[in-house]
Structure formats: C-alpha cells, structure tokens
Design a protein around this ligand. Sequence first.
Ligand code: 8OZ
Length: 365
Amino acid sequence: MTETLFTPIQLGDLTLSNRVFMSPLTRNRASDGVNAPHDLHVDYYAQRAGAGLIITEATQISPEGKGYAWTPGIHSEEQVEGWKRVTDAVHRKGGRIALQLWHVGRISHTSLQPDGQAPVAPSALAANSKTFDGKGFVETSTPRALETDEIPRLIGDFRKAAENAKKAGFDAVEIHGANGYLIDQFLRDSSNKRTDAYGGSIENRTRLLKEVIEAVTSVWDPKKVGVRFSPFSDANDVSDSDPVALFSKAYAIADEAGLGFLDIVEGQTGGPRSASEEDLAELRKHFSGVYVANNGYDRALAIEHVESGKADAIAFGRPFIGNPDLVERLKQDAPLNESNQETWYGGGAEGYTDYPTLEEEKAKA
Ligand code: 8OZ
C-alpha cells in the first residue's frame, strides 16, 4: 500500500501533505458592496487548513463575472487584501490554498451586473436556471453575446485576476471550467451557437479555454494551475451532443499546456455519481497530471480510488462544511457532523465557523 489518501502529493515544487482536498464551495458571505473576504473567511479557511489543498469558493475575476449576491472577487485592492489575510492564516497553520477563478457568464441577473447591464455569454440565449440576488431566487437574465473583439479584454481580466491571486499569496489557482458557467457555456453546443472562431467545431468551442489557460500560465507555473470540469453534468442548463469528444479535447489542451491538475465532478454537480466509469477512464487518458476526483465520495470510496490509482486525490465538498478537521476524522474513521443546509448560502458565523473539531467535541463531553 504505497499511495493512500493520507500520503503527500506534489504539485510542481509544492508538497501537499495529503490527498484529501477541499472542494470549492460557494457560501455567499463576502462583505456587501466590496465583495471581499473578511474576518469570518480568515477563521473558516484556517480551520480547514488540514486539507491537502484548499480550493476556495468560486471567486469572480471581474464585476461582470459576478452572478450571485455576496460572492467574493479578486479584481480590487480590498479583495486582494482580504484574501491575503486568508492565505496568511492558512499558511500559519501549515496548509496550502488555491484560488478558484470564476466568470459566471449568463448565470447572473442584471441587478448584479455593472450599471444593470445584461450579463455576457457566448450566445444571447437565457439559461433555464435561477440565481440568488440577495433577496431571493430569481430567473437568470437573458445575456448578450460577447463580440469577438471583446474576447481579448475578457482574457485580460483572467490574466489580471491570476496576477492578483499571486499578490494575495495563493499557492495555486484553479480555473472554473465547470457547472454551466462562462467557460463551460463556450464548451457546450447547447449554449454556444457562435459562428466566429469561438463557436461551431470542438476546436473552436475550446478556444476560449485554451486562451484562458495561456493567460493564467503566463503568470503562474503551469504545475500550479488546474481546471475544474463537469463533463457529464447539466448544472445551469448546459448539455453537449458529444461530451466524450468535447472533453477529450479539453483535457488534451490542459495536458499540452502542462497543467498540474484537473478537478473533475464525476456526475451531476451536487447530485449522483452518474458518469460511467468507462467514460471517465476514457477522458483521463488525455491528461497526464494530477487527477483530482470529486462528487459524492465517502471515506471508503476515496481510499479505494486513490489506492487503485483511479484518482490521485479526492476533493470533498459538503463534508468539509460540517467538519473543519475532516482529514483527521477520515484518518481515525471517526463520525462526521452533518451540516445544516439552511446555512450553506449566506449569513454569518452560524453554520460557517462554529462546527467543532473532534478535540473540541471531546473537551465538551
Ligand atoms: C452553488 C451555489 C452557487 C454557485 C458551482 C460556483 O456550482 C458554484 C455554485 C454552487 O460551481
């Protein structure tokens, strides 16, 4: 038994202490107006520093990239300063942390966009999806299609956000290419009806992804860059006529760029592990870096998949909400706390920084 869940793994020259990663988790607690992380985020992430790698909640690269109330950004000075406090706190506890770079595309509402404008997308097609505007759930707005000559500006926003992530002291970055957000909207033929160089063939639909990867790796060592994909998920109303062909190309682009890792939602986002083992294995042939698997893993399945080599690391989402010391609990095969779904999105410390560690539970008993 050489490769267990609890052994270190390398990302370039970065040594991660174990293979239990924390998935990106949207929690909607950034400060109003400036959309910056603050004291609560410092505590929340520091409490979870035992993860081999924390991947932060999705973080917008620009005001236009925002689609929900109270999600944080990485495009202003206040945001960089807030994140610097988070990374310092995680590092003081010996942890490692990557920032997830996010542009929501059409999964937004005019009330969340600069000057109340329509959100941008590959094509002017509304998603059959909802977002949260701070008061309640609302239908996403009909987007406008990005002009071809706006794409360099968009790529520039990704590059600037990658630079800001470096300033903020992150160890790595993950590009959000999953769950029906902007990059995924370009990838899928249900949401991309463009007739320019960014639509039509698989080569064209993967062009934005390729250019984003080029921009981010002009700032970061490619080994410290990953991408999240959800090849078989229809989250936020996307689908594709041939996901295996599409994502074979997407993985190959990541591989040719020498990226350190892929973070794969192996089924329906937040739902069943419905992707077939054969399809997942077929896709994986196209990427030689670290393969991080996500979705519905429990302890036994995580151990099995890392030992058998089906995955190099496992990203846990929901279990990290209620268990700040998840790695220790998995090591000891200790019981896990359930988290309260009512406090997943929005609010303060309750349901965020008040879940106990095993030690705290014992001290109380
Ligand atoms: C839950 C609520 C809002 C956003 C994702 C960033 O699914 C998200 C998200 C999840 O990737």
